[in-house]
Design a protein around this ligand. Sequence first.
Ligand code: ZN
Length: 147
Amino acid sequence: MSDKTTSSKPYAVQRSEQEWREALTPAEFTVLRKAGTEPAFRGEYTDTKTQGVYSCRACGAELFRSDTKFESHCGWPSFYSPLAGDAVEYIEDRAFGMKRVEVRCASCGSHLGHVFEGEGYDTPTDQRYCINSISLRLQPDEPSGSA
Ligand SMILES: [Zn+2]
């Protein structure tokens, strides 16, 4: 018996709960650190098509590229693949009596959203990373000059 948390490896970015509270807004803290979910269709990136990289709002790690963002009409930003395989980690989530896979930032362990597969979306992976806008921060690409 141990009272350690179930986390097996230390995250590159580690902060105490108090430090996270100070670093994030209350809404960000609720989603990122308490695995909350922002309301559907309210997130700032739900329909964003700007080219760029989406980073973790908690630690700044690069997580998704706009190339893999697609219109799922589910109310949250949806991606079919993370930027790199090890950018995110997966936690089995059995809340609400169904099995879902939670997606977390691999650098700081913050909650991002969930990943679903086999839904029939016309994407290369048939996966949908359903991610809270508030967990991300878009860094637009440099304007290329060709309008
Ligand atoms: Zn992070």
